[in-house]
Structure formats: structure tokens, C-alpha cells
Design a protein around this ligand. Structure first.
Ligand code: TK8
Length: 339
């Protein structure tokens, strides 16, 4: 909380602007200030795409909207920032779907292990009717989902051994996101999972509080996890979408034209995020090897074994979420694959 106060005191925009009621005095009405925060650092494709969003929004609104960007959990972790959006004390954040499931439980379905076969199918499902249906569910929570961005396929890193088959998870102290399905799935695989905010993860690995963690390749490289981790295993066990979230209170206070601008800009910058992320994934695998990490692929057979082990957990969550909703997602995936 201290850090947030300090940032608010020296963070550029005056208090009035931060309230959305400040005026630049150029006769063009009020200037609204958006504070956009993410957990990843400023070298990650997510941040570069956020800068793109800022550029588009500031340009198209002729300066009527000003965007301040914060990275590296400067405004808090995914969960705290999402809560700040609900309260109207922050305007934008872009968390993974996993923490969002704490607000709208149906979002858990996107974190079903081995749900999406590849990025292209994920794009089609998320950008299509089904994806929009989930975004609509955010409104009850005082949140507006403007677009899906990409965190990516998650891989395991740890300091004990390469993960080549399901049995290699046994006893591994693994940091997970703050999401019950993730906890239950890794528990089923025999690991010893601990939920933790992303901002605390590096230190936890450095100090050996956890043996490992799971995140997409760009995060593993760009956050310097290779400095404190020996093994990286291409499990691709979960595809993590990001959701571009805006405070509903703030969104509702925009003119219709501004609402269109921020939404279209989120889609456009999201395309850049996906493009940069996919380039980084290919490049950063090589970078991690060059840094001395032991990298291993996972066979389809080993992956299938993992699928079977987590299936009872998924059945349980499908029951909670509602079979119909889950089936809609499966059908959309099948349709996208057939295209
Ligand atoms: C960053 C997080 C992160 C996520 C996690 O705020 O917590 O592991 O994958 O990238 O959204």
C-alpha cells in the first residue's frame, strides 16, 4: 500500500486529472487520465503492446485521454489491481485469466490444462462469440473486458530435474498463480503447489522457498528466471490468455466515441502483443539455452498421461462452471480446428 501512495504522490498526473475531472485548459473539455498497470517488466511484449495502446488512444482522442503506464507490479499484483479497477481507483490492468476466475468463476475454463491445441485456435475462440460471452460476464463485477491478449503456453522451470513425464512432478514445490484450479491440477500431478503473487516469485526461487514455477517462455527469459532456475521443460500445459480490463465506472464515464477508441485500440495493440509474444517465444528458447538452462521437450505420450491425471479435476470444475458453458467452449475449439 505504501508503494501505491508514493507513486500517487509523485506519479505525474495531478490529482484532479487522476479523478478524471482535470482540465488541460485548452478549451477542449476535461482531460481524463488512465493509470494502466501490469505485473511483468518493461521488456515484455505485454508492456510494449501497452505502450502501443497508449499511443493510439492519446492520438485518437486528441489528448483528451492521457495514459500513464506502470510495469513490474508497481501498482500491485494482478489481484490487487483488478480490485482497484472494481473500486474505481485504477483504470486499466491486463491480468491472466487465472486470477480473473476469483472474480468470475466461469473464467476457470480457459485454464483447463491442455484445452487449446495451438495459438491460432485460441485466437479464433477468444476473439469469437464465445470469448465475447465471457467478457460480458465481467460487467457484474464492475469490470469491462475490452480484448483478449496473450500470455501464452505455460512451461515449467525448476531446480530439481527435467519434467519429462507426469511422475517428475512428484514432491516438487511449485509456485502457482492464485487460482484454485491450478492448485488442484498440480496437486493431482503429485506436485506440492503454493499460490503466490507474481511479484514475489523471483525472490522465492532465489531463496529456495519454491523449487520452481510455470510461465510462458518470454516471461522466463525476460524476467531473468534463468538466473535462479536450472531446468525448463516444454510442457505447454496451459494456454494463458490475458484480458485487457478497464474499470466499468471509468468506461461508463467516457463518451461513446472514446469507448470505441479505447476498445478498438485494445484489439489493435493486442494483435501486436500476440505477434511480439510469438516471436519472443521462438527466440527466447534459444536465449535460455545460451544462458545455460537445460531445456527439454515433452513427448505427446507423456502429455497424454498428464491429461488423464488431471481429467477428474476438470470434471469437477466443469460441474461447478456448468456443463453447458464448458461444452460451448469445447464446441468452439472443435469448430476452429476444423476451419
Ligand atoms: C503478471 C502475471 C504473470 C502470470 C503469473 O502480472 O502470475 O504467473 O503468468 O505473467 O500475469
Amino acid at each position: 500500500a505504501m508503494m501505491v501512495l508514493v507513486l500517487a504522490a509523485c506519479g505525474g498526473g495531478n490529482d484532479e486529472a487522476a479523478e478524471g475531472s482535470g482540465s488541460e485548459g485548452e478549451g477542449s473539455g476535461e482531460t481524463k487520465t488512465i493509470r494502466a498497470g501490469i505485473g511483468l517488466n518493461d521488456s515484455h511484449p505485454q508492456y510494449l503492446a501497452l505502450l502501443k495502446w497508449k499511443e493510439i488512444v492519446e492520438e485518437k482522442t486528441d489528448g483528451a485521454i492521457k495514459v500513464e503506464t506502470y510495469h513490474s507490479s508497481q501498482l500491485g499484483d494482478d489481484r490487487a489491481m483488478t480490485e482497484a479497477l472494481q473500486l474505481g481507483s485504477q483504470e486499466v490492468t491486463i491480468p491472466s485469466t487465472a486470477p480473473i476466475a476469483n472474480f468470475v468463476p466461469e473464467f476457470s475454463v480457459f485454464d483447463f490444462p491442455f484445452l487449446f491445441p495451438n495459438e491460432q485456435v485460441a485466437d479464433k475462440v477468444l476473439d469469437g462469440e464465445v470469448g465475447q460471452k465471457f467478457l460480458d460476464k465481467l460487467e457484474d463485477q464492475n469490470l469491462v473486458g475490452l480484448a483478449y491478449w496473450e500470455n501464452g503456453f505455460r512451461d515449467i522451470t525448476n531446480n530439481e530435474r527435467p519434467i519429462e513425464s507426469a511422475s517428475d512432478f512428484e514432491g516438487l514445490k511449485l509456485r502457482t498463480m492464485e487460482n484454485q484450479l491450478h492448485l488442484d491440477a498440480f496437486d493431482a500431478l503429485g506436485a506440492n503447489p503454493t499460490p503466490m503473487a507474481f511479484g514475489e516469485l523471483f525472490t522465492a526461487m532465489q531463496q529456495g522457498t519454491v523449487d520452481g514455477q510455470e510461465n510462458p517462455i518470454p516471461t522466463i527469459y525476460l524476467q531473468g528466471f534463468y538466473e535462479v532456475q536450472d531446468y525448463v521443460s516444454a510442457t505447454h500445459h496451459i494456454y494463458s490468455p490475458f484480458v485487457f480490463l478497464m474499470s466499468k465506472e471509468f468506461f461508463d464515464g467516457l463518451t461513446e466515441e472514446q469507448q470505441t477508441i479505447v476498445t478498438e485500440a485494445a484489439v489493435e495493440a493486442g494483435e501486436l502483443n500476440r505477434e511480439l509474444n510469438r516471436e519472443a517465444t521462438a527466440q527466447n528458447v534459444e536465449d535460455l539455452k545460451a544462458e545455460g538452462m537445460n531445456y527439454n521437450e515433452v513427448t505427446p505420450e507423456a502429455r497424454q498421461e498428464m491429461v488423464e491425471i488431471v481429467q477428474p479435476v476438470l470434471d469437477e470444475y466443469a460441474e461447478q462452471i456448468g456443463q453447458e458453458t464448458v461444452q460451448e467452449v469445447y464446441d468452439a475449439i472443435e469448430a476452429a480446428e476444423a476451419e
